[in-house]
Ligand binder design. Structure first.
Ligand SMILES: C[S@@+](CC[C@H](N)C(=O)[O-])C[C@H]1O[C@@H](n2cnc3c(N)ncnc32)[C@H](O)[C@@H]1O
Length: 228
């Protein structure tokens, strides 16, 4: 993001005013400890081109680099987990594409910096892309439906993939609808332009529980695209 406003029309149509870097950092500082937890999930329900997600990813990847840069295997797994913990919903497709591309560039730059050339693997980059395609969704955070490239409601629910490691290099994917998280509890409702912490599985309480749509068999983290 270079400017806070792209056009008056976009402000009028979608309230599109991007948050400046200083405010993004200050707001992330309010949840500083969670931003340092590699697997702590965040959802930004009106994510624009990803200002908050980028800052949170930067903080998480710093931790991954500090802890795991000596082991390419551990770095790859944990850096993917960090990426997979970030979710965004955005109603304008051009912003969705910008957000995915931006986070991918950021993730791959960190990977290329942390892992020596001889240890690098192109498939892990494809897995990073795959995660972003499933975590940054073109949708309406009010109807909780996906939206097509022209901005029309598809009538289909927003579904998020939850990523976690099973054993060794095998990664698990479980898909959840997001509707129950938002509608299940008045206190959980996400005001526009506010990031919320996301617990798809509900954790130890029922609060924030999403509804499981599909559970996939574990797959090697470098071959996530085989999920199709
Ligand atoms: C105020 S901007 C904030 C963007 C970003 N969160 C930031 O702070 O830089 C609001 C964004 O929400 C998007 N938006 C507006 N209504 C939405 C809706 N119902 N569902 C999802 N996104 C929406 C707009 O396209 C715009 O990119």
């Amino acid at each position: 993001m270079t400017t806070q406003v792209k056009s008056k029309q976009r402000v009028a149509d979608h309230g599109e005013v991007f948050t400046a870097e200083r405010e993004v950092k200050a707001m992330c500082d309010l949840v500083a400890d969670e931003c340092l937890r590699i697997d702590s999930r965040f959802l930004e329900p009106a994510c624009g081109d990803g200002n908050f997600l980028e800052e949170i990813l930067a903080r998480k990847l710093d931790v991954v680099t500090r802890r795991y840069k000596k082991s390419p295997y551990d770095y790859e797994r944990n850096a993917l987990l960090a990426l997979g913990s970030l979710y965004g919903v955005e109603i304008q497709m051009d912003n969705v594409v910008l957000c995915r591309d931006r986070l991918f560039e950021q993730w791959s730059a960190a990977y290329l910096k942390a892992v020596k050339k001889k240890d690098r693997n192109d498939e892990v980059l494809e897995s990073a892309r795959y995660i972003l395609d499933h975590n940054i969704i073109c949708g309406d955070a009010l109807t909780l439906h996906t939206v097509d490239e022209e901005g029309h409601d598809t009538g289909k629910p927003i579904i998020f993939a939850q990523w976690a490691f099973a054993t060794g290099p095998m990664m698990k994917r479980e898909d959840y609808t997001f509707e129950e998280l938002v509608n299940g509890d008045e206190d959980q409702k996400a005001p526009e332009n506010e990031q919320i912490q996301l617990d798809l599985s509900g954790g130890s309480t029922d609060e924030g529980e999403g509804s499981l749509v599909q559970e996939f068999p574990p797959i090697h983290y470098r071959r996530l695209k085989d999920y199709g």
